[in-house]
Design a protein around this ligand. Structure first.
Ligand code: IFM
Length: 458
């Protein structure tokens, strides 16, 4: 959490003094996730996930959108790999849908689901693109949620068994593994704020979810380490500045707690062996002897997902008394209203290097918009190009200041199912016409391809 007064020169364009070239080994890629792009929700034995359930609930997803078809990547993955090749990507981060591998979440594996990722991984390797496999990007099997989901301690074992299945099947070809994507987001939105599945708003459930997901991460890392020879294992964290909406004691307290739940409740125990102070006290009833050692497993890299600062305000009606506050009106924002602050990105990268000492991969960064094709059929997105340019410059500046950044994955390859916003908010560098499934690379895709090709900003 930072005081509001330190947010000066918010979003000002950077003039980088650093070397214009990125190292040749720098890894450029793109990220996606299973529920957001795959579709084929009821095909080839896939079981339902908590997001299938949420999409059926009233008023939880804009326009009543669902991930049933999404980008139809399940069938069109060869075309999507060809797109990646055209962009010159060196790596692709995707997630595996747990309910595709284990329709009931545990027990009997689904061979057709396992086959799909074999085909995807083999296709990527044939194209010379390194697969980065994330085990969990929010699509918990519904059958496990019916048993209590992340609120029950058994969930760590369910996850470890699922990790073992994926590791045994894909570990011969996949060496880059992430356990979870954005721990802080899906636990908060799913268990404290009803912005994500399963949509619980309860302090106890939220604390249980935090601790059990941390245990699952630790157990998952141990399993991957034992089953995948030469594995490079990390976890993907959302880390963003949390700023009080205004400097009242109530807003400051709200921001401090939100900061812990969002930014600290996962990397701190995973990498430093303890919960941050406010969380430590509340979570103590769920922590058993030996848990903290189980959670703290050696890792090879830190995955950072970063967008813009968050503003917090006190709201006694909310589960924890905090709510999302408004950004200052003069702060730059994207077309969907997210804050733009490249300096904060630079500072987050340098802070993470100092604090955790691991190589960092930026596993998500990007810009949501309302893109549409012009009369010429092309999709121009100069706002996204400006956003990416400013953020990549800041990353370069962070590297010049000592941040150990090894790669950058844009979010996202394709426009996709943006959770509660449905298909309205587009984050892709490739436009998807959801009626026809036609893909149209946006101007940001050309910009990104030029960056990847040259290893320097276009
Ligand atoms: O689409 C999401 C992604 O699933 C997780 N990180 C943020 C993205 C944009 O909201």
């Amino acid at each position: 959490m930072v005081p509001r007064s330190s947010l000066i020169a918010a979003g000002r364009p950077m003039t980088s003094q650093s070397d214009p070239d990125f190292p040749a080994s720098f890894l450029w890629g793109a990220s996606t996730s299973s529920y957001q792009i795959e579709g084929a929700a009821r095909e080839d034995g896939r079981g339902p996930s908590i997001w299938d359930t949420r999409c059926l609930m009233k008023d939880r997803v804009a326009n009543g959108d669902t991930g049933d078809v999404a980008c139809d990547h399940y069938h069109r993955y060869p075309e999507d790999i060809a797109l990646m090749t055209r962009l010159g990507l060196k790596a692709y981060r995707f997630s595996v849908a747990w309910p595709r591998l284990l329709p009931e979440g545990r027990g009997q594996a689904n061979e057709k689901g396992l086959d799909f990722y074999d085909r995807l991984i083999d296709g990527l390797l044939e194209a010379g693109i390194e697969p980065w496999l994330c085990l969990y990007h929010w699509d918990l099997p519904q059958a496990l949620d019916d048993r209590g989901g992340w609120t029950v301690r058994d969930s760590a074992g369910w996850f470890a068994d699922y990790a073992a299945l994926a590791a045994s099947r894909y570990g011969d070809r996949v060496k880059r593994w992430a356990t979870f994507n954005e721990f802080g987001v899906f636990t908060m939105f799913g268990y404290a704020i009803d912005w994500g599945a399963p949509g619980i708003t309860d302090r106890q459930a939220h604390l249980q979810a935090i601790h059990h997901v941390n245990l699952a991460h630790g157990d998952g890392v141990a399993v991957l380490r034992s089953l995948v020879r030469g594995a490079s294992i990390g976890a993907v964290h959302n880390v963003q500045l949390v700023v009080p909406e205004s400097e009242t004691p109530e807003n400051r307290a709200a921001a401090a707690l939100l900061d812990e739940h969002w930014n600290l409740a996962f990397p701190e125990p995973q990498l430093r062996g303890h919960y941050p102070p406010l969380t430590a006290e509340a979570i103590a009833p769920y922590v058993q002897a030996g848990d903290m050692a189980r959670i703290r497993q050696p890792l090879d890299w830190f995955g950072l997902n970063h967008y813009g600062p968050i503003f917090a305000k006190a709201d006694p009606a909310m589960t924890w008394g905090y709510a999302w506050g408004a950004a200052p009106p003069d702060m730059p924002s994207t077309d969907i209203g997210w804050t733009i602050h490249p300096d904060a990105f630079r500072d987050t990268l340098t802070m993470l290097t100092r604090r955790y000492g691991l190589p960092i991969y930026v596993t998500e960064n990007g810009c949501g918009g309302k893109d549409a094709p012009g009369p010429d059929g092309k999709v121009a997105d100069p706002g996204r190009v400006a956003f990416l340019d400013a953020y990549v410059r800041s990353m370069q500046e962070a590297m010049a200041q000592g941040a150990d950044v090894r790669g950058y994955f844009v979010w996202s390859l394709l426009d996709n199912f943006e959770w509660g916003a449905g298909y309205g908010n587009r984050f892709g560098i490739v436009y998807v016409d959801f009626a026809t499934q036609r893909r149209i690379p946006k101007s940001s895709a050309d910009w990104f391809a030029a960056l990847v090709r040259a290893g320097r900003l276009p």
